[in-house]
Design a protein around this ligand. Structure first.
Ligand code: BEZ
Length: 236
């Protein structure tokens, strides 16, 4: 469930919150970067630990796979526990990753122990309850653009862990389509051909896509399945 009334393209709320990196205001923290805000049902839980472990491997600049940094994306996790618990849990996550114990966890975890943000942003999973019967937070993924607008949201129930390869893949598509008039087809990955959107008239395709357009013939005779090589301009 998304925050009531929050649609793709809306400015993401500029909330203030306590995090393991200190008090933060969302828009200031993001600056000119893209952002991924992702929520968790709770600290010291198994699936969340594997998710944060994977996100931590993909984030720091000095990591062997700095996939988020190289896309100019800042990660922000959120869980409905206290700062103290987050700090202790971060140590477990780094141990799970076999990371040096003295290194800093690479991105902030928001402490939403009063559940203000999960309620405001519609992040609760009514189907999954904690031991006291309170609904758990779902596994939301919000991708926020440098213009602070919501570009994508994916919502998983607490019982299903996310796939960070998919999150990176959709960021590649969002960043490509933010700067180029193209769309990405099923299972697209960076480097594959892209599609010419239906809004572009046939007579404009040669100028807009100098690398060429291949149109697949279809029984309807309609020429809407149009492919072009991925444009090179991949600005963040
Ligand atoms: C987990 O992170 O392992 C988890 C949390 C809540 C419900 C189910 C799994």
């Amino acid at each position: 469930m998304l925050m009531p009334g929050m649609l793709l393209g809306d400015v993401f709320p500029n909330f203030e919150a306590d995090s393991t990196f200190g008090r933060m205001k969302l828009h200031d923290f993001l600056g000119d970067c893209w952002g991924v805000l992702f929520s968790h049902p709770g600290d010291f839980t198994p699936v969340c630990t594997t998710e944060l472990g994977r996100a931590a491997q993909l984030s720091p600049e000095d990591s062997p796979q700095p996939q988020f940094n190289k896309r100019n994306v800042k990660l922000i996790a959120l869980s409905v526990d206290s700062l103290e618990e987050h700090h202790d849990w971060s140590e477990d996550i780094m141990a799970y990753n076999n990371t040096e114990p003295e290194s800093q966890f690479p991105f902030p975890i928001i402490a939403d122990d009063r559940r203000e943000l999960v309620e405001k942003l519609g992040m609760l999973d009514p189907e999954e309850k904690d031991r006291s019967g309170m609904p758990l937070s779902a596994r939301c993924v919000f991708v926020i653009g440098p213009d602070k607008r919501l570009k994508l949201s994916i919502l998983y129930p607490a019982s299903t862990g996310r796939n960070f390869d998919e999150i990176l893949r959709v960021i590649d598509s969002l960043q490509l389509t933010a700067h180029n008039r193209v769309a990405t087809p099923v299972d697209w990955k960076a480097g594959d051909s892209v599609m010419v959107p239906p809004s572009i008239p046939e007579q404009d395709t040669l100028t807009l896509f100098p690398a060429g357009v291949y149109t697949k013939d279809l029984p309807s005779g309609k020429k809407y399945l149009r492919y072009t090589p991925q444009p090179n301009t991949h600005q963040h």
